[in-house]
Each structure stands twice: as C-alpha cells, then as structure tokens.
Write a protein that binds this ligand. Structure first.
Ligand SMILES: C[S@@+](CC[C@H](N)C(=O)[O-])C[C@H]1O[C@@H](n2cnc3c(N)ncnc32)[C@H](O)[C@@H]1O
Length: 348
C-alpha cells in the first residue's frame, strides 16, 4: 500500500470511530419507539420476544446484535436482557424524557439535516408543518420546564405576582405547574396553534387557567396587564424582523412592576454551541422557522422595548438554553383600547 493510500485508510478509520455514537442513538431510538427495553427488562429469548411483541424476528435479531455491541444489552445462555434499564429511554416512565428528545431528533431534525444538499442545490426551503409536528415540539419544550420552574417560582414569590401571561404557551405546562403551586394566581395562555390550545384546555380541564387561540403579533391591544409575561421557546417561530415588535408587545402587557420571563436556546452560547448551531441549521431549512437570537440581540430588543435585563442564566448547557429575566422600566401604564371579545376564542 502506498503511503497516500495508507493515510487515506487511516482517515477513513478515524471517521468510522467518530460515527460510532450514531449507532448508539439509532439503537436507543428504535428501542424507545417499540418500547423494546421494557420487553428485554427481564432475560428473554429472541424468539419469545419476537412472538410476544409480534415483530419481525430477523430485524429484531439485528437490533439485538447492535445493542450487545454498543453495550445497551447483555446476553447469558441465549437470553437477552437490558444492561441498565433505568438509564434507557422507556415509554411511560420518567426516563421517557430522553426518549422524547431522541424522537424529535431522529424523526424531525435528522431527516431535515439530511435534506441540506438538495435544499442548498435548489436554493429552496421546506414548509414546517406545525399541525403535524406541533405536538412533539410542544412535548420536548416542556422537558425544560422542570429546570426553569424553580426560577419562575422565585420570581412569583419575591415579587408577590398576581397574574401571568404565557405567550406561545404550548400545552400549558408552565401555567399548570404555577396553578398547582400558587392557586391564587390569575393565569392566561395564548397560542397560535388551535390543536395545541385545544390540547392545553383538555390537559388542564381542572385548573383555573384561561387559554386563548391567538397570534401574539396580531392580538388586539388590551388594558389588561400582567405581573409576569412569559415567552418560552418561541423566538424561532417569529421572523428576526418581527422580534422587536414582539418584545414591544410583550413589554406593553407588563404591569409597572412586571417582568418578562424568557426560556430559549440562543445563538452563539458560551456553552452548547454544537447543538445550538444544529438547531439553527434545522430552523433555517424551513421558510416558516427562523434562526435563534443571540444574548446580545435579546438585550438589544429588551432595551428598545423599555425593559432592563436583571438576570440571564444558562439552564441546559448542552443545548445553549438560557433563562432571561427582564424588568419593565416604564412605571406608568399606557391607556389602550380594551380587548374585543369577538376575536377571542371563548374559554371552555
Ligand atoms: C416550541 S413551543 C413552546 C411551548 C411552551 N412555551 C414551552 O416552552 O414548553 C412554541 C409555541 O409557540 C407557539 N407560537 C408560535 N408563534 C406564535 C405566535 N405568533 N403567537 C402565539 N403563539 C405562537 C407555537 O404554536 C408553539 O406551540
């Protein structure tokens, strides 16, 4: 073998090594989707597992082979078992957090990223189907709740807040937790997606939360003011040219002492650049989604909207997620027209 060929082979081997985590991810994704880690929770033969779950035995055998190779599964006397059940993505348990993330990445992000060569050549973009994917996106965003809620509770307590508006509330996870913890709070959630709002109403049927199907950008002005206005994981739905308007709309809804509470991944974070830049690659592939703002841009919007940053903290380093808290600088409430009830979706 010539030296050049030898070097190329060495490079190819390095790339194979680099690609190895893909196998782990694929294996975990298939395992989650078919709930196979539960099937193999106790030692079981391949054939029994295939019969029990009515699955193709040869494909299951190949999945088991990869699982044994990457260390998700172990084999003893021809019986297969999960090595560490509690660490695997399993449906309907608390660990399904990893499963939901895997599902979004494998079913939504990876196929989109794979379409990059074609999109670049054709200088075209795709249409993000919010009806089809809205549910899973709302589900994954809600995973961050646990981490952001502690900070939100602190703000509510410290400032003795009475009312909260959640812009782009998704399934209403934040509002539902707030309702449990602070039953006296007046809570409102708006979302542009009707299916998502219907699901929010359904999930929170027992809670005293007002949900409305509204586009924040075209929402009629209202006299109502809120002590906290949240915008969590919504910036990539709003074109950069419209973001200043979004901040101004949100800030106008604040009571004089109010605060904006924002949970979002950002562009160019100090930590988590690989995922944050991959999120932006995903968003940019769609004509109706947009890249994330940087912390600097958020601070600039905040300034023009007469709010001042009081806190910004990283909550998921790996993905570049931050919480921003911005305080209203206007001490007087501008008098505006009341909201017209016809444009509101009635609260059921
Ligand atoms: C990624 S989800 C986040 C849900 C929730 N805030 C969370 O963090 O768990 C973003 C939500 O914003 C909603 N949204 C997007 N553009 C909007 C707009 N112009 N007005 C109101 N809601 C909007 C979407 O329908 C979607 O449910």
């Amino acid at each position: 073998m010539k030296l050049r060929e030898y070097k190329q082979m060495a490079h190819a081997r390095k790339w194979m090594k680099k690609n190895m985590p893909i196998l782990t991810t694929w294996h975990a994704y298939v395992g989650y989707e078919l709930d196979l880690f539960t099937t193999f929770k106790k030692p079981i033969s391949l054939q029994t597992a295939a019969d029990q779950r009515n699955l193709s035995q040869d494909l299951l055998a190949r999945w088991v082979d990869v699982g044994l190779a990457v260390g998700h599964l172990k084999e003893k006397q021809q019986l297969i078992q999960v090595k560490n059940y509690n660490k695997m993505p399993v449906k309907k348990t608390k660990t399904n957090m990893s499963g939901i993330l895997l599902k979004e990445m494998m079913e939504l992000h990876i196929p989109t990223l794979l379409s990059y060569p074609e999109l670049m050549r054709q200088k075209s973009k795709q249409e993000f189907n919010a009806d089809k994917h809205g549910e899973i996106v709302a589900e994954t965003s809600s995973l961050l709740e646990g981490l952001a809620l502690k900070k939100l509770y602190k703000v509510v307590k410290k400032r003795n807040s009475q009312s909260v508006l959640d812009i782009g509330c998704g399934h209403g996870g934040y509002l539902s937790k707030l309702a449990e913890k602070f039953p006296e709070l007046s809570l409102t959630g708006i979302d542009i997606n009707e299916t998502v709002i219907e699901e929010a109403k359904h999930r929170n049927a027992n809670q005293n939360i007002r949900f409305m199907n509204e586009n924040v950008m075209s929402m009629p002005q209202t006299e109502e003011r809120f002590d906290i206005v949240m915008m969590n994981n919504v910036f990539h739905y709003i074109a950069p040219s419209q973001r200043q308007k979004l901040f101004e709309k949100a800030a106008q809804l604040l009571s004089p002492n109010g605060q904006l509470f924002i949970v979002t991944p950002i562009k160019n974070p100090k930590h988590g650049k690989p995922f944050s830049s991959a999120f932006n690659s995903f968003f940019t592939a769609f004509e109706n989604l947009y890249p994330l703002p940087s912390a600097k841009e958020i601070h600039q919007f905040s300034k023009t909207a007469h709010t001042k940053p009081v806190n910004s903290t990283s909550i998921v380093r790996e993905g570049g997620w931050y919480v921003f808290i911005l305080e209203n600088k206007r001490k007087e409430v501008a008098m505006l027209k009341p909201i017209t009830t016809q444009t509101r979706v009635p609260v059921k």
